[in-house]
Design a protein. Structure first.
Length: 262
């Protein structure tokens, strides 16, 4: 279930939406980023950490969407961190986030969802020995969305950005300028990254190329109302593509039909 993508960084991928869980470790303690997704997968993740003798020193949620705010009793009582804005949204939108989990989600996991504390930086006590983390906070995809940059490993944990299977999703709060600004913020990290770990998709050594593809997709839809990005054909992406076309058309004052390209 856990794959070591580079020394000290392990990734597990859910069967649902290819959602990733990332573990950063010194071999004894771990920082757990966005543990997810299905209850049995969370059970397995907790068991895998125990099998490796890893204790969780801290958790981090990249943004306030239900599939990135999860936790499990087996991870222990470690503090769970997020941006200040993510903490606020996790609290104020809790009822809707819980509803998105589904009625059959175990109550003990529902209770743990979203219990994050906002911080400007992850305290050293929640980091494995020898691990440095820089938080890159922006409003692309979700208010207070945060990427984690690991300078020693040159790994960019991107949250729901820079995916090889998902299109850019600037849909909460439908703020395309914020998404473009987020890509600008991530660009210098993508240029340095040896690996990028998206919230949905596969780990890759092509962070800068993914960022360029996202910019090209957004630019094409803004300029001509359509894009030939192959991710449009992936499950669930046709609807998101149509949504962006409508958003761009409405913001430009054009009729949505004028923006539909193919």
């Amino acid at each position: 279930m856990l794959h070591e993508v580079t020394p000290g960084v392990l990734v597990a991928t859910s069967r649902r939406m290819s959602t990733t869980s990332t573990i950063v470790t010194d071999g004894e303690t771990a920082l757990l980023v966005d543990p997810t997704w299905m209850p049995d997968e969370l059970d397995s993740l907790a068991a895998a950490l125990a099998d490796r003798g890893l204790s969780v020193a801290g958790g981090f949620a990249t943004h306030a969407h239900h599939d990135h705010l999860l936790w499990h009793p087996g991870f222990g009582p470690a503090p769970r961190w997020a941006s200040v804005t993510t903490e606020r949204y996790a609290a104020s939108e809790r009822d809707g986030l819980v509803e998105n989990l589904g009625s059959d989600f175990p109550p003990e996991l529902v209770d743990l969802m979203g219990r994050v504390t906002g911080a400007e930086a992850i305290p050293a006590s929640s980091l494995p020995h020898g691990v440095d983390v820089e938080l890159v906070v922006h409003d692309g995809h979700a208010p207070g969305h945060t990427a984690l940059w690991l300078p020693r490993q040159r790994v960019l944990i991107a949250g729901d950005m820079l995916s090889d299977i998902e299109l850019p999703l600037p849909f909460w709060p439908d703020d395309l300028p914020a998404y473009l600004a987020a890509l600008d913020m991530l660009a210098p990290y993508a240029d340095q990254a040896s690996l990028v770990i998206p919230g949905h998709g596969t780990v890759g050594g092509d962070a800068a190329a993914r960022l360029d593809a996202d910019r090209r997709y957004l630019d094409d839809v803004q300029r001509r109302g359509s894009s030939d990005d192959p991710r449009v054909r992936n499950p669930g992406m046709a609807e998101e593509y149509a949504h962006l076309q409508r958003l761009v058309a409405e913001s430009s004052g054009r009729a949505p039909s004028d923006s539909m390209g193919g």
